[in-house]
Ligand binder design. Structure first.
Ligand code: HEC
Length: 156
């Protein structure tokens, strides 16, 4: 039977099921190990304060801040994000203190977030975030500093 020959060859080319089982187990182990390491190494995000949780505008700003700003500004805005010590140029600074280098008026805060600060690692976010997101994250910066959110930012 000449037909059997190619079939036998094809079987040899196939994967050994025992080897495959170990490969799959090893991949599973790596995936679980990676997930556990990820959970251990990542800083858990604290829940929002009640004032923020009850304000959808601030919750939107918080979501933008967590996604875009935490690497430098840190979870609490104190300038202690994981990237903060790595960046070149002027330090990140503390968003929660009374000193607002670029001004503390709503238009000034919006401007620095939208356009960035030249010669620093604070890039302009105007090309990344749309105007409502810019206004919401600016409002969240006020809340980080423990200041009331200027009404001018709402509805922008
Ligand atoms: C790559 C790091 C980095 C990221 C990411 C970043 N910033 Fe900044 N930010 C800086 C640095 C550095 C400064 C200080 C600039 C200076 O000294 O003029 C700054 C300054 C600021 C200021 C001005 C503070 C003041 O005292 O006037 C605001 C407001 C601000 N950032 C908001 C944000 C927001 C909101 C985001 C996210 C959308 C963000 N930043 C993302 C690095 C960063």
């Amino acid at each position: 039977m000449t037909d059997d020959e190619p079939q036998g060859e094809r079987e040899q080319v196939g994967f050994d099921p025992v080897v495959m089982r170990w490969v799959v187990l090893a991949m599973l182990g790596l995936a679980i190990g990676g997930f556990v390491a990820f959970r251990l190494l990542s800083t858990p995000v604290p829940p929002p304060s009640p004032e923020i949780a009850r304000d959808p505008f601030l919750m939107q700003g918080r979501a933008v801040f967590l996604a875009r700003c935490v690497p430098c500004h840190g979870l609490s805005g104190k300038g202690d994000g994981p990237l903060a010590s790595q960046i070149l140029g002027p330090p990140v600074g503390n968003l929660t203190d009374a000193e607002w280098k670029h001004g503390d008026q709503p238009e000034q805060v919006l401007k620095i977030i939208r356009d960035g600060a030249s010669d620093t690692r604070m890039q302009g976010w105007g090309t990344v975030l749309d105007p409502p997101e810019l206004a919401a994250v600016a409002a969240f910066v006020y809340s980080l500093a423990g200041r009331p959110v200027p009404g001018a930012l709402r509805g922008k």
